[in-house]
Write a protein that binds this ligand. Structure first.
Ligand code: DCP
Ligand code: MG
Length: 473
C-alpha cells in the first residue's frame, strides 16, 4: 500500500490583477458616445505630441501608447485625437478603486487604471477568486460604464500576465472581445508561463534579453530549465536568481495595500428603481454597517459622511455632513446618512444609492448616543466598541452576511431582496440590458469634490443640484 499523500493541496489562486481596458479612451467615450467604434487617440496632437492611449480600433493600425502622435497620424489618418483630462481619469480611477476596496482592503494600486487585490481573506464572504473577479467586472461596468480585464493567479506577476491574456484584441475586422477573466490555478502556472517569451517576465528588457539569447533562451520555459548558477553567472546574483524564480512560478511579493485611503464607501445600483422609503432606509443601515466594518478593518474612523443618489434619469447628487469627531460606528453613520437622505425628494425613485465616509484618521472616537449615555461610567463606550469587534470577528470567520443590524432582519427581507437585485445582476460578458445613456460618472466625481473632508453640514445641504454641465444627459 502506498503511503498517504503528504503534500497538502496548494491553496487556490487568490491574487487578482485588474486593468481597465483602453482606460483614457474609454473614459472619453463616456462623454462622446458618438465616437464609439472609431479609432480614437488620447494624447497630444501637435508635432511633439505623444499617444497616451489608443482605442482598440486605432490599435488595429499599429497605434500604441508612447508612440509619437505624428507617427500615429501617419498610420491612422482618420483617427480622432482628443486632449487628455487627467483630473477626470483620476476621479474615475478613485471610483473604480473604491469598488475594489469593497471586496477587500488589500488593494495595491499600480497606476490610475490597474491594481493588485489579495482576495484570499474575502472568499468566504464573496465567493471564489474567479467569482470575485466576475463581480468586480460587473460592478465596474454597471457603475462606471467601463470594462476591465482581470487575471487571477497564486502570485502577483502571474496575475498580471493573466489579465493581459484576458484583454480584448485589436484586429482589422474590429476589436475582438477578450475573455474578461483569466484564471491560472497553482497547477496551471507552469503550463501558462513556460510558452511565453522571456520578455514577458518583469525585469527582462532589451539588455537582459540580449544576454538571455546568448544562453539560447527565448521562452520563459527555456529560462526555467537552466540551472540557476548559469543564469546567475550571466545576469548577476540578485537579478539572475529573481528571474529564475519567476520563470519557475515563484513570486513571494505580497500585495501591499495603499494605507492612505481617502474614503471608504459602498454603493449599489438596483435592477429596478426603488421607491419605498422603508427599503431605502434599510439599505442605508446595511451600507453603514458594511462601511463601518471596513473602517474598523482599516483601523480608521471618518468624520464626513456622504450619500449619493442616482435617479432613473441618471441625474446624480451627493450630500455630505461632517461630525465633530471621527467615528467607526455604523449607527453614527446611519444617523448622519438618514438626515441627509431626508432632505432629498426621492419621488422619482432611486436607481443607485451610496454611502461613503471621508476625512479618515486613525484612532476613531465614538460618539455617544442616547443608548449609551446613561452608562454609569466611561466603561460604556468600551462595551460598544467590544460589540463591534465581536461582529467583525464573526464576519471574519463566517462571512459578511453572518451577522447584521436588527433593522435588516425585522419585517420583510426588503434589504436582502434589494441586494439580490443589485450590482451582481449581469454576468461580466452579458450585454447591458438597456441601450440608454451610459452611467455617467462625470456627475459623481465632480459632485464628490464638494463633499471632501472639511465640508460642513451647511455646505452639503444646499439646494443646488451639483450635477455639472456637460454630464452627457
Ligand atoms: N498611459 C500613458 N502613457 C503610456 C501608457 C499609458 O499615458 N505610455 C495611460 C493611458 C492609458 C492608461 O495609462 O489609458 C493605462 O495604461 P494601460 O497600459 O493599461 O493601457 P490602456 O488601459 O489604455 O489599454 P489596455 O489596458 O486595454 O491595453
Ligand atoms: Mg489598461
Amino acid at each position: 500500500m502506498s503511503p498517504p499523500e503528504s503534500t497538502p493541496a496548494p491553496e487556490p489562486a487568490g491574487i487578482l490583477h485588474v486593468d481597465m481596458d483602453a482606460f483614457f479612451v474609454s473614459v472619453e467615450l463616456l462623454d462622446r458616445p458618438d465616437l464609439r467604434g472609431r479609432p480614437v487617440i488620447v494624447g497630444g496632437a501637435g508635432t511633439r505630441g505623444v499617444v497616451a492611449a489608443a482605442s482598440y480600433e486605432a490599435r488595429a493600425f499599429g497605434v500604441h501608447s508612447a508612440m509619437s502622435s505624428v507617427q500615429a497620424q501617419r498610420l491612422c489618418p482618420h483617427a480622432v485625437f482628443l486632449n487628455g483630462r487627467y483630473d477626470r481619469y483620476q476621479a474615475v480611477s478613485a471610483e473604480v478603486m473604491a469598488i475594489f476596496t469593497s471586496f477587500t482592503p488589500l488593494v495595491e494600486p499600480l497606476s490610475l487604471d490597474e491594481a493588485f487585490l489579495d482576495v484570499r481573506g474575502a472568499r468566504r464572504a464573496h465567493g471564489t477568486a474567479a467569482q470575485i473577479a466576475a463581480a468586480i467586472r460587473a460592478r465596474v461596468l454597471d457603475e462606471q460604464g467601463l470594462t476591465c480585464s482581470v487575471g487571477v493567479a497564486p502570485t502577483k506577476f502571474v496575475a498580471k500576465l493573466a489579465s493581459e491574456a484576458a484583454k480584448p484584441r485589436a484586429s482589422v475586422t474590429g476589436p475582438m472581445p477578450g475573455i474578461g477573466v483569466k484564471v491560472v490555478e497553482p497547477d496551471q502556472v507552469l503550463g501558462f508561463l513556460h510558452p511565453l517569451p522571456a520578455t514577458a517576465l518583469w525585469g527582462v528588457g532589451p539588455a537582459t534579453m540580449t544576454k538571455l539569447e546568448r544562453l539560447g533562451i527565448s521562452t520563459v520555459g527555456d529560462l526555467a530549465a537552466l540551472p540557476v548558477e548559469v543564469v546567475v553567472r550571466s545576469l548577476g546574483k540578485a537579478n539572475g536568481r529573481h528571474l529564475h524564480e519567476l520563470a519557475n512560478g515563484i513570486d513571494e511579493r505580497r500585495v501591499e495595500p495603499d494605507r492612505k485611503a481617502k474614503s471608504i464607501g459602498h454603493e449599489e445600483t438596483y435592477a429596478h428603481d426603488v421607491h419605498d422609503p422603508a427599503v431605502l432606509d434599510a439599505e442605508l443601515v446595511r451600507f453603514a454597517d458594511a462601511v463601518a466594518s471596513r473602517l474598523r478593518a482599516h483601523g480608521v474612523g471618518g468624520r464626513t459622511v456622504s450619500i449619493k443618489v442616482r435617479f432613473p434619469d441618471f441625474r446624480t447628487i451627493t450630500r455630505a455632513a461632517s461630525m465633530p469627531t471621527p467615528t467607526d460606528a455604523g449607527r453614527d453613520l446611519v444617523r448622519e446618512a438618514r438626515a441627509l437622505l431626508a432632505q432629498l425628494d426621492l419621488g422619482a425613485g432611486v436607481r443607485l444609492l451610496g454611502l461613503s465616509v471621508s476625512g479618515l484618521s486613525e484612532e476613531p472616537a465614538r460618539q455617544l448616543s442616547f443608548d449609551d449615555a446613561p452608562g454609569p461610567s466611561a466603561a460604556v463606550p468600551a462595551r460598544v466598541v467590544d460589540t463591534d469587534r465581536v461582529v467583525d470577528e464573526i464576519r471574519g470567520r463566517f462571512g459578511a452576511d453572518a451577522i447584521g443590524p436588527a433593522t435588516l432582519l425585522r419585517g420583510s427581507d426588503a434589504g436582502l431582496r434589494v441586494k439580490r437585485q443589485g450590482a451582481q445582476q449581469w454576468g461580466p460578458d452579458q450585454p447591458r440590458p438597456e441601450p440608454g445613456p451610459s452611467p455617467d460618472p462625470s456627475a459623481d466625481p465632480s459632485a464628490r469634490r464638494a463633499t471632501d473632508p472639511g465640508v460642513d453640514r451647511a455646505a452639503g445641504s444646499g439646494g443646488a443640484d451639483p450635477d455639472p454641465p456637460g454630464s452627457g444627459r
